[in-house]
Design a protein around this ligand. Structure first.
Ligand code: PHE
Length: 549
């Protein structure tokens, strides 16, 4: 284990800067677009409770892992894993061998695409060991941002459409048609996507303090303000209580194993876990700051904003007699119709899409920062070059997503190649990027990050790191803490068995990896808890394009 001394590195100006930037990363389209609609589809209040449990039991412990890795190493995810990994790891070699053998047997069965991919991954595991988890994060930064920026571009476009009065739908069907036309119009889709990426690049090029932190300190309060305004508007509409009841009254009969796993997957995406965003932001944290209370604040902020988004949306949706289960179209189709029926609808629609844009922007900069930090730290590129070159490449990949949101017709060649190699592919290039990142890279990243901290780097080293700036964490007896006796020396004198640190260690070593693995196997279809759903109608291509960001 190499103990390189941290180089001079730009840091956040203080805890507040860090917490706001990290909360900015966490709070995004996931909170305002996806959380309300998956809550709507999964029965409301009870789902919210399950989600809260996932956040507390899995999200918070993994968040602490990532920030601890980042602050300890003061490096991007690739450098961080490289620094903390042992020279050889039996576990890594074992996994590498298993992947390699699976790939080889697939080739025997003439499954060429997957066989080749698995063999390549197996070889990479042999070559890079745990450092590969860091590389996965950089790749995820690329793939997530490529489709995330397209959806963010739509919100930008919708602000313009709102203020020019074109979101004047009286029926959801009209809104649906308009949305379909909007996202498949290349000029709009590409133009808005590029404009969004330029904002993102400009902020990240400004650096940690003058770019990311400064903008987070402006944009996060703005976000809160817009959201509060929307909630007040929604709650004061006649008939809004039905929405509040749906949202807050738990009906546990609606909870299935399936919805628990959806909640867990979403907890990861929403907290920006599993791809090194929090490692990277943690690497700009100095050792005096309290890592534990910061992690706690980030998780609470992200959760509170998601809950508030539901409170802005459901009461309004119910007040105008719409259903809560419209799926991904909820915010782009149902809401504009709702706003149009309100007094001053143009204003509320513009405020809502501005809110969505702000949330997306602070998340997107963290995705770009992961990629940028790698090129700055490991390839020694100057920040401006790293940001513009990588931002430019991601923009190009995003253009492919933008033009292929509905189907493959504009990327026929690529489609044929993929079908040849992998048999079938998802509905569109946009879906493929989404699928690779949300269903594969993030869960696998989260799984390996907790495995790494729990079993390779070791809970002991991690706890030593967390201790700096948050003594209570490791050394105060949990019972004394809960009882309000943490400052009484005699209550902390016994051997510290039940401390926050020991509890965290157990979660990280056993509970998080197991839960994440189960969720992962479920998403890729190897575990099926569904009672046997009626065959779904073939999804309209536009709908499926926006399935899960
Ligand atoms: N957490 C962001 C959201 O909720 C998305 C994101 C995922 C950002 C992973 C960075 C890393 O929208």
């Amino acid at each position: 284990m190499s103990e390189a001394t941290p180089k001079a590195r730009e840091h956040w100006s203080g805890s507040l800067g860090f917490v706001l930037a990290a909360a900015g990363s966490a709070i995004g389209l996931g909170n305002i677009w996806k959380f309300p609609y998956i809550t709507g589809e999964n029965g409301g209040g009870a789902f919210v409770l399950v989600y809260l449990l996932c956040i507390a039991v899995i999200g918070l412990p993994v968040m602490i892992c990532e920030i601890a890795i980042g602050r300890r190493t003061q490096r991007n995810p690739v450098g961080a894993f490289h620094e903390l990994s042992p020279a050889t790891s039996l576990l890594a070699h074992g996994i590498g061998l298993a992947v390699l053998l699976t790939g080889a047997s697939l080739l025997l069965f003439r499954v060429w695409g997957w066989g080749a991919v698995l063999i390549a991954v197996g070889l990479l595991i042999f070559r890079f060991g745990w450092t590969l988890v860091g590389f996965m994060g950089v790749v995820a930064g690329f793939t997530i941002l490529s489709f995330y920026s397209v959806v963010a571009g739509w919100t930008l476009g919708y602000i313009l459409e709102a203020v020019t009065g074109r979101l004047n739908f009286t029926e959801v069907a009209q809104a649906k048609e308009f949305f379909g036309g909007f996202i498949t119009n290349p000029a709009w889709a590409i133009g808005c996507h590029i404009a969004f990426m330029l904002m993102c690049i400009a902020i990240v090029a400004g650096g940690v303090k003058k770019g990311i932190e400064r903008w987070s300190k402006i944009l996060m309060p703005l976000l809160l303000l817009l959201l509060v305004a929307l909630i007040i508007r929604a709650l004061t509409l006649p008939g809004s209580t039905a929405g509040v009841r749906f949202y807050l009254r738990p009906d546990f009969s609606r909870i299935t194993a399936q919805s628990v796993l959806i909640a867990l997957g979403h907890a990861f995406f929403s907290l920006s876990l599993g791809m090194g965003a929090m490692i990277t932001y943690g690497s700009y944290l100095s050792r005096e700051q309290n890592l534990l209370s910061s992690s706690f604040s980030i998780v609470v902020l992200d959760t509170v904003i998601a809950l508030m988004a539901g409170l802005a949306i459901f009461p309004a949706v119910f007040a105008y007699g719409f259903g809560p289960d419209a799926g991904p179209g909820l915010v782009f189709q149902v809401l504009p119709t709702v706003f149009h029926r309100m007094p001053l609808g143009v204003l509320w629609a513009a405020i809502f899409f501005l809110l969505l844009l702000v949330a997306a922007l602070t998340s997107a900069i963290s995705l770009l920062e992961v990629v940028t930090a790698y090129f700055i730290d490991e390839r020694k590129w100057p920040r401006s070059r790293a940001t513009w070159v990588m931002g430019g490449l991601i923009t190009l990949l995003g253009v492919l997503c933008a033009i292929s949101v509905a189907d493959w017709s504009r990327l026929e060649f690529l489609h044929r190649a993929l079908v040849w190699a992998f048999g079938g592919v998802k509905d569109s290039f946009f879906d493929v990027m989404d699928h690779i990142s949300s269903n594969w890279l993030l869960p696998l990243g989260g799984f390996f990050i907790s495995l790494f901290v729990g079993w390779i780097w070791g809970v002991k080293h991690a706890v030593d790191e967390i201790r700096h700036g948050s003594q209570n964490f490791a050394d105060v007896h949990l019972i004394s803490l809960l009882a309000g006796l943490k400052d009484d020396p005699s209550h902390n004198a016994n051997p510290h068995v039940l401390t926050l640190a020991s509890l965290w260690g157990i979660f990280i070593r056993f509970i998080s990896p197991t839960a994440v693995l189960i969720a992962f196997l479920h998403t890729i279809g190897w575990l099926d808890f569904k009672p046997k759903p009626p065959a779904p109608p073939p999804a309209a291509s536009v709908e499926s394009a926006v399935e899960n960001p």
